[in-house]
Design a protein around this ligand. Structure first.
Ligand code: URP
Ligand code: ZN
Ligand code: ZN
Length: 469
């Protein structure tokens, strides 16, 4: 046989082009793109379907330690399973360094959890919470050399946030070894101040999570993060941008000559702070940071997507079960929004939401969708052109989409470990119907077709090499 598999009859789309072609796969790689490719052991009929590069989500949290008595709803098996059903072939979760822990130990710990468990390929970002000289000057450069080429810092969250001085030192270390810094930008002092006032008033319901993390707190921190990066003269990625003011800061930073990358997420396109404002505790299902804003800010984020401000679209999947004392209903969380575990599930629904709201509704073209959900992640994070495109020699990571298929997002059709979806009831048109990882079908016709362990760890090149290479 000439090929192991031919994906036949579909419409192929990359970040650049849309065209009719069949794809020949051999040994997990794309071996040919064309028509009349000949014979293969397996023919996948893609008639009427779109054939896109496998989806990539570069912002997911899996099995991340989340505080006393709190457990994340997904391990590597369930998160990658859910992602595969959502049309993804590669995830980039974080290795969170705990205070006192070495970065290397954090990485080793996550590898232990992921090994043999995954349905998608994975690569890891680092999170620095304890920027010791050892972490910044020894571990970080060695880990970057080994393929962990991006590092996130928090400007908020007790126990994880860095001071401006520590951020500068981390940015400098990242610059020296070519790691891409990612920043969670919210002003923690402002949030704490507002939170204390809210608590004093007895305002403890989930909706006060949103009111105590207002747009100016994100805007100011975005400005500060970009300024700190300018001082060090290093590129920066602002993750999970939620509003128009933060977008303006990013555009202003770029206008000053800074290399400022940006990411937004589905929660800022289809959820609002009103979702947190329910009677009872239901609003906890939407507690994430930054919080969803309002419809005007949704429009601002859409405008940012349409104008090309955002490089990548990620889920920020950070799942906790709702009806669970180790999740949203943690005994402390029930007392106040302040202790409700931060984060929402969304890896499986992220790309269908962007496809439906973006492509089907005519806000963005198919090629932009591919860039935002695959190609740009691969380029940004050093996986391109192995991942993120359909080209001869690239990994045969493909997602077949039925652009006509309509679904209503419901918890019962999803495959994550959470017991709810914040996107319940949202109607979408356009759905991933087959996910192929390095030539192997992982999901088809709503069923798992591969064993866990089919997904493997992928070391990465430096971002700059991928962006220019
Ligand atoms: O609420 C969120 N986003 N939780 C995940 C951690 C983070 O800030 O990315
Ligand atoms: Zn964050
Ligand atoms: Zn996150």
């Amino acid at each position: 046989m000439t090929y192991d598999t031919i994906v036949k009859g579909g419409t192929v789309a990359t970040a650049a082009d849309t065209f009719r072609a069949d794809i020949g796969i051999r040994d997990g790689k794309i071996a040919a793109i064309g028509l009349d490719l000949g014979e293969a052991a397996e023919i996948v009929d893609a008639t009427g379907l779109l054939v896109l590069p496998g989806g990539i989500d570069s912002h997911v949290h899996i099995s991340q330690p989340s505080g006393d008595g709190v457990t994340m709803a997904d391990d590597f098996e369930s998160a990658t399973r859910s992602a595969a059903f959502g049309g993804m072939t590669t995830l980039l979760p974080f290795c969170l360094q705990r205070k006192g822990q070495s970065l290397r130990d954090a990485v080793t710990w996550y590898h232990g959890l992921a090994e043999g468990e995954c349905y998608t390929d994975i690569a890891f970002h680092l999170i620095v919470t304890d920027p010791t000289p050892q972490a910044l000057n020894q571990d970080l450069p060695a880990l970057v050399e080994d393929g962990y080429t991006s590092v996130k810092v928090f400007m908020t969250y007790e126990g994880m946030k860095l001071t401006d001085r520590q951020i500068l030192e981390t940015l400098e270390a990242a610059k020296s070894c070519g790691a891409l810094p990612m920043v969670h930008a919210e002003n923690d002092d402002a949030i704490e101040y507002l939170r204390d006032r809210a608590m004093d008033r007895g305002d403890t319901a989930p909706k006060f999570h949103a009111t105590t993390r207002p747009i100016p707190a994100e805007r100011e921190a975005t400005h500060r993060a970009i300024s700190l990066a300018q001082i060090v003269d290093v590129p920066i990625m602002i993750v999970h941008v939620s509003n128009g003011d933060a977008i303006s800061e990013i555009e202003a930073g770029r206008a000053r000559g800074g290399t400022v990358h940006a990411e937004t997420c589905p929660q800022y396109l289809v959820l609002t702070a009103d979702d947190l404002d329910t009677t009872g505790f239901d609003g906890a299902k939407y507690v994430c940071s930054p919080p969803p804003r309002d419809t005007a800010e949704q429009a601002a984020c859409w405008s940012g997507i349409e104008r090309g401000v955002f490089d990548v679209f990620s889920s920020d999947h950070c799942p906790f079960r709702y009806d669970d004392s180790e999740g949203k209903k943690h005994p402390q969380g029930l007392k106040s929004f302040k202790w409700v575990p931060n984060g929402i599930p969304g890896v499986e629904t992220s790309h269908p939401i962007l496809f439906s709201e973006g492509v089907t509704k005519g806000r963005i073209g198919l090629n932009r969708f591919v860039a935002l959900t695959s190609t740009n992640h691969a380029k940004m994070y050093g996986l391109y052109p192995r991942k993120g495109t359909i080209a001869v020699g690239s990994d045969a990571d493909l997602t077949l989409w039925d652009p006509e298929r309509e679904e209503t997002i419901r918890q019962e059709i999803l495959h994550h470990g959470a017991d709810y979806t914040p996107y319940e009831g949202i109607r979408v048109k356009g759905w991933p119907v087959r996910t192929i990882l390095r030539g192997r079908t992982v999901v088809a016709d709503g069923e798992l077709r591969a064993e866990k362990g089919v997904g493997a760890y992928q070391p990465r090149a430096r971002s700059g090499e991928a962006l220019t290479g």
